[in-house]
Unconditional design. Structure first.
Length: 232
């Protein structure tokens, strides 16, 4: 299942906060809005989020302090800071506080969305590498070296081949939903990216065809399934 991304959003400007939350929700995200740092912290400990968007100048607890508190709970969650400050010292302080990105006001909602999607994509790819290798029948898929090995034959995978095979392995013998794969790897599930993914599926089938126990099948109207004996 393609679960909705949950965004933790802390912004004390009520109008800006409401506009951004509605925009993100219209784009298919769940966005929880908090008006100050203390309320934000209380909300963060109650839910599980995928990314944080924090205003720097907030009452009760500023964004930098809130980020440190969040990092003490979840050291890996990505954080984007929003601020009216443009001095280099403030930007450096933001990155020291654990920022993955930093946007100065005013900014476009479209740019914020693109930055959120870029960070989420990097996080997903990093998670794909958390499993160091998979044994697929007669193949060894090394996610660190990005290689597929059968006997003495070692094939270096392209980035897209690696990402797609990693997703298939993460859903081994289960359906990998087409839209989920497109949004994870290509960000957008438009026609051209869908055709590109079909090409890479064909390439992976050719790479894996030496083992008759391995097969990538189409699941009509849903996506793909990698059928293979798997030992991690």
């Amino acid at each position: 299942m393609d679960e909705q991304i949950k965004i933790f959003f802390c912004e004390d400007d009520e109008n800006l906060g409401m506009l951004l939350r509605e925009y993100l929700q219209a784009k298919g995200y769940v966005a929880d809005l908090f008006a100050d740092g203390e309320a934000g912290y209380r909300g963060f400990v109650k839910e599980k989020y995928d990314i944080c968007v924090l205003d720097v100048m907030m009452p009760k607890k500023d964004g930098f302090t809130l980020a440190q508190d969040i990092r003490s709970i979840n050291p890996d969650i990505p954080i984007i800071f929003l601020t009216a400050k443009t001095m280099k010292e403030d930007i450096f302080e933001g990155f020291k506080a654990g920022a993955d990105d930093y946007m100065t006001k005013p900014f476009s909602m479209e740019e914020l969305l693109l930055r959120i999607e870029a960070i989420l994509r990097r996080v997903k790819v990093k998670k794909l590498r958390d499993v160091p290798s998979y044994r697929l029948g007669g193949f060894v898929f090394d996610t660190q070296k990005q290689t597929l090995t059968a006997g003495d034959k070692v094939t270096k995978l392209t980035t897209k081949e690696f990402e797609l095979l990693s997703l298939l392995c993460a859903h081994i013998n289960e359906v990998l939903e087409r839209n989920y794969a497109l949004k994870t790897i290509w960000v957008d599930d438009n026609y051209f990216n869908a055709r590109s993914m079909d090409v890479y599926i064909t390439k992976l089938r050719k790479l894996l065809r030496e083992d008759p126990n391995i097969e990538i099948i189409n699941i009509h109207g849903k996506g793909y399934k990698l059928i293979a004996p798997l030992d991690e």
